[in-house]
Design a protein around this ligand. Sequence first.
Ligand code: ADP
Ligand code: ASP
Ligand code: MG
Length: 406
Amino acid sequence: MALRVQKYGGTSVADIERINNVADRVQKAYDADDKIVVVLSAMSGVTDSLISLARQASKTPDKRELDVLLATGEQTTAALLAMILKSRGYKAKSFLGFQAGIHTDNSSGKARILDIDCKNIQLALKDGYIAVVAGFQGTDDDGDITTLGRGGSDTSAVAIASSLKADVCEIFTDVDGVYTTDPRICSNARKINKISYEEMLEMAILGAKVLQIRSVEFAKKFNVPLHVRSSFNEEEGTMVVNESSDMESVIVSGITCDMNEARITLKRVPDQPGVSAKIFTPLAQAEISVDMIIQNTRSGGETDLTFTVTKDDFERAKEISYKVAKQIGATEILTAEEIAKVSVIGLGMKSHSGVAATMFQALASENINIRLISTSEIRISCVILAKYAELAVRTLHTAFGLDQEQ
Ligand code: ADP
Ligand code: ASP
Ligand code: MG
């Protein structure tokens, strides 16, 4: 008997017919003598619609109430699946975040799971129930409903799998697994059969939204075996596992693109000790995380300082930057929202040189200008104009030999 946690994303529960398909799968696994915990997302588009409703209600929706509203998307699908399973004669029970014992901090809209008390789920499983859990939600110390950030049902599933010591956490989605790049951008993308937690984490951080970043962090930390696969067929998907020796041979395993950042440049900043601290301390105090930072030295004791933040934080970061610019005597601020960050990722980069050169040559061959560059041990990222993003992804995919054979 295996204990499986199965998570189904928005497209997989988009309407009653699809929820019935999910019920078929769950039923099959249960009949095969597995214990099943199902974690569900809201129907696709529902979270967006709820956000848009909230914005109609208030220009700046109260964060606590927004979480109460957003959590209803997952409440709906969990109840519907449990109803369908029961009507088919199966023992099933739905659980909201708090009933599943998901305890989070109090950062509304991007809460972190602190701990899970799975006793209700365990009891249900012991009594032969299929547990159907509403993903994306938990409660904080005050008992207030919180949500885990976009894509957060992945994290609910991995956290529950870890707490129950499940044999596998299956992430059912609308593609066949993790690909070398987003298959919707590049039709030549190849499915990866096995990927390390480390590479998957970089891919998630750098924009591959197939798994939420925190879900991969969690899986890596607690060694949860993850299987990313399609809810529309029976194919094996991608196993996300610990690094193994055969993985090193691949120099570049994936390409990602992140359109969710914006750029701010402070021009003619005095080149003196403490100036960067004056800029980045108020940003940190406002809980704005800065991604890339580049400083260009000019002659005459001045520098230009450029950094990127997520689009969500852009307005607030701009406001703070204007204030700081006045204080430190920076002459001008330039901003750009229409940017994309394309990245190449691979464990093999640790031991191979020339990856950056290949990347820059490939972008140059399409006349794509690189605005910012940053690197780590296993990735290189370039910021370019957003309009070139898809071309850049396809060009890099070919340049690193990732295209599938025709
Ligand atoms: P779900 O609703 O099931 O959670 P998401 O939309 O969050 O699904 O994630 C799946 C999507 O992630 C795919 O439809 C695909 O367009 C996108 N994606 C981006 N990069 C990748 C990648 N490298 N491999 C697979 N899918 C990717
Ligand atoms: N429904 C939430 C979202 O759309 C959470 C999820 O689907 O994982 O982001
Ligand atoms: Mg998702």
